[in-house]
Write a protein that binds this ligand. Sequence first.
Ligand code: GDP
Ligand code: IMO
Ligand code: MG
Length: 489
Amino acid sequence: MVACRGAEIHGLTGFFAVLDSVGRSHVCSLRDFTGSVRISPVPGTCVIGLQWGDEAKGKLVDILTENHEIVVRYAGGSNAGHTVVSGGQTWKLSLIPSGILRDGVACVVTGGVVLDPASVIGEIDGLESRGVTVAGKLRISDRAHVVFPWHVAEDRLLNASVAGGEAIGTTGRGIGPCYRDKVGRALAIRLGDLYRADFRSKVEHIVGIKNRMLAAWQTADGGPEPLDAADIHARYAAHAERLRPFVTDTTAFLLDAVEAGSKLLFEGAQGAMLDIDHGTFPYVTSSNSSGLGVSSGSGVPGRWVNRVIGVVKAYSTRVGGGPLPTEQDNATGQRLRDRGNEYGTVTRRPRRCGWFDAVATRYTARLSGVDELAVMLLDVLGGFDAINICTAYEIDGRRVTQFPSHVDDLKRAVPVYETLPGWPDELTTVRDYAALPANARRYLDRIGELLGRPVSIVSVGPDRDQTIFIDRTGSAPCAKPKSRTPATT
Ligand code: GDP
Ligand code: IMO
Ligand code: MG
């Protein structure tokens, strides 16, 4: 806490946002405001994937959890697969925040998430059976929309029926149809509804309509089996009982927490290129997976988020359909896939691989309001003689550096590459920026330059320890988190 004299003060209720002499924003609560102002840094950090997902957000969130009190998952659903590796153990998390592996941290799944109850129960059981405490740490929003079997059936049917041909290649987890029913309102059920007296009649009403809709999609090869309302109601009522201790009003919880000065870490899911509004539509997911989704998904206003970390892989990957301008559908792509073990966490599909795309990531870094960059899987690039970075696209003979807004234009984009020298060394044991080969440093610096943000974190292997923190300024944002014993290792 710092006494703040001569600061500019905004706001009249409960807390104040304060700008200090160098323009950094801080908050202080009304009860601190007694003569001299007592302030603490604004508490929110978020981790946003800047590519097409799987940027190793899970690893980063697990590490940063050490310096936070609450970890918040605010968008997506069981389409996400976040991996944490520690002490020879691998954890794959889908709906539960990656912060769950540490003691003394509250984990929150907010109303922006679409929740498959069986999936989250399976995750809770899996964690508890491996000695990770979930009870008392996890809170799930009663506002979260629930994924039902009709959403999964519709996802499978619609994925193969995209206007324009190429399948989106969804994860098949019912994500799009559940978000669609949320926006449509009439056929939506939120988690809080499962505890109300009219839950059964809601299921019966919706199943009647969904069965007629699904029947209309029948083809010569058949189609989905009709839904059984009684069976679905019984199963979801049982799930609801199992989840009862976790279900709460997370919006109220988080607003109280930020106003009390708790430090929050927001765990992005998917990547900004998959954002429903700003990504490579229609080859996207159904939520705002860029930094723009943090507030609406969590219920925490943007004024409480003061550090945005953009996460990128040192190259590009994409799983599913849609353009990937720098894709290497050749031996280079296969080498990246082999070295990076690039197979989908959720569906095990081989990920499409290619060179780093600075046009796409500069766009998503700006869109997400990124302050600093974490470059992950740098070790995968070891052994390449030369490494390409895409710095522009050529579309119909015109060179562009602005990311195209229409996917058809992106499909015609030919990458313009800058070639940098590679390095022969394995990086997996390096722990200091200075100890990286000069060409690896040059590569990182060039990414930072092209994206207009400093690289503050570098990952050279899946394990928690295989991480380099770059402190260029001596200031806190780049500092290594203080050590705290993990709960599980
Ligand atoms: P997320 O969805 O963004 O959390 O990422 P995923 O977990 O789906 O995919 C990232 C994969 O890369 C996981 O298998 C991680 O264990 C692995 N990984 C994370 N960081 C590194 C790294 O620096 N090097 C290597 N080789 N693998 C890493
Ligand atoms: P994490 O959080 C990578 C992709 C799917 C598909 C598209 C739409 O692990 O980074 P959906 O099932 O969401 O309707 O599928 O989005 N996709 C992901 N790709 N990582 C993810 O999550 C993804 N979540 C969805 O492959 O192309
Ligand atoms: Mg993933």
